[in-house]
Design a protein around this ligand. Structure first.
Ligand code: AQP
Length: 336
């Protein structure tokens, strides 16, 4: 099934808000580094976005915008399969089959579901509950060997591995068992307004995140209004100074400087100085990305063409897995 002897990797971002500098540093920027070593499948997870309330027009526009941002961040369409989840119907189809073999108890244990429902009682939908099964389908369809996962997705990857075991026990070898990606992944970026929680693209307060496509003035304003800590000294201490440490993390990743170098550079200066320099650095880093993004968005035909070609490429692999699965579980084959 594999095109070559490279391992297969799959990753995605849910199109449920604006892609943030957290997604850039923690994920997309690292995906570009993997494109030569792996068979890479990078997906805009628009079906996953439906697990939280979405305005249809905004969701539709965001799908294309995310796709253009992936390309603008450097994901090469010659080296990666870049596609929209909803354009490959096999995701929903495999998710249904896996749902029928997934113990309820396993889903009841998912901490992300518990956390999300604790935040919003009014959004208790079945999609949110079975979200990890769709994620398992995403991974297993492409026979992914490795999946880059943040701390909050580890439990979901474990479930995907359990589903492989359950399925194999019943029907024999069918899927690759996905391992977590062990390698250098980006730092975890925290909210600018509450540096003890992760920067999240669907945060209701837009001041809490830096969007990859925020105009320079907005980026500057958001950084200047970031919550900082007691004291004035620029020093890295995540428990005592979570706000300034978060800004230092972004600065460190984008400049390549160590925390110690940053502390030395800002000795005797105030938090405000770091904010000014960080704003300039973020704006400078994102400028080529934003320029490319705006060019791409003017060329919808090009983006639609890529989406079509890459969905077909993704489907060619996904279909092979699904045919195997349908056969194993005993569904009558589709007439050719
Ligand atoms: N703040 C972050 N710091 C580092 N990495 C991050 N990622 C997301 N936020 C940060 C990484 O980006 C990838 C895609 O994640 P996602 O957008 O599909 O899901 P998420 O982790 O649930 O991100 P959000 O922004 O918190 O989503 P919403 O607000 O929609 O629930 C993952 O590799 C993730 O680790």
């Amino acid at each position: 099934m594999k095109k070559n002897d490279k391992k297969t990797i799959l990753s995605a971002s849910t199109s449920s808000g604006d892609l943030t500098i957290g997604n850039y540093i923690g994920a997309i920027n690292n995906w570009t580094a993997l494109q030569d070593q792996y068979n890479c499948y990078y997906m805009v997870a628009d079906l996953h976005a439906l697990t939280t309330p979405q305005e249809p027009k905004a969701l539709r526009e965001r799908g294309l915008s995310f796709y253009a941002q992936y390309l603008a961040c450097g994901l090469d369409p010659e080296k990666n399969t870049l596609f929209m989840q909803s354009h490959v119907p096999e995701h929903a189809e495999l998710a249904w089959i896996l749902n029928c073999f997934c113990p309820m108890g396993a889903l009841n244990r998912m901490t992300q579901f518990k956390e999300k429902t604790a935040k919003s009682e009014k959004n208790l939908n079945a999609g949110l509950f079975t979200y990890p099964v769709l994620m398992a389908a995403d991974i297993l369809l492409y026979q992914a060997d490795v999946v880059p996962v943040g701390e909050d997705q580890k439990q979901h990857l474990e479930l995907a591995r359990d589903l492989v075991d359950i399925f194999h026990h019943r029907f024999g070898e069918t899927f690759s068992t996905p391992d977590p990606y062990i390698g250098k992944m980006g730092a975890r970026i925290m909210s600018l307004q509450d540096p003890t929680s992760k920067m999240s693209k669907s945060d209701e307060n837009p001041k809490s995140f830096l969007s990859i496509i925020d105009p320079p003035k907005t980026l500057e304003k958001k950084i200047k209004s970031a919550v900082t800590d007691l004291g004035t000294e620029v020093s890295f201490d995540q428990s005592e100074k979570p706000g300034i440490s978060n800004l230092m993390t972004i600065y460190s990743v984008l400049s390549g400087k160590t925390y110690q170098q940053i502390e030395t550079d800002f000795e005797g200066k105030m938090y405000g100085h770091l904010k000014i320099e960080l704003a300039a650095l973020v704006i400078e880093t994102l400028k080529p990305v934003q320029d490319k993004y705006h060019d791409l968005m003017k060329n919808k035909d090009y983006l639609d063409g890529l989406l079509r070609d890459h969905s077909e490429k993704a489907r060619a692999t996904a279909k092979q897995t699904l045919i195997k699965v349908y056969d194993k579980v005993g569904l009558y084959p589709r007439p050719l």
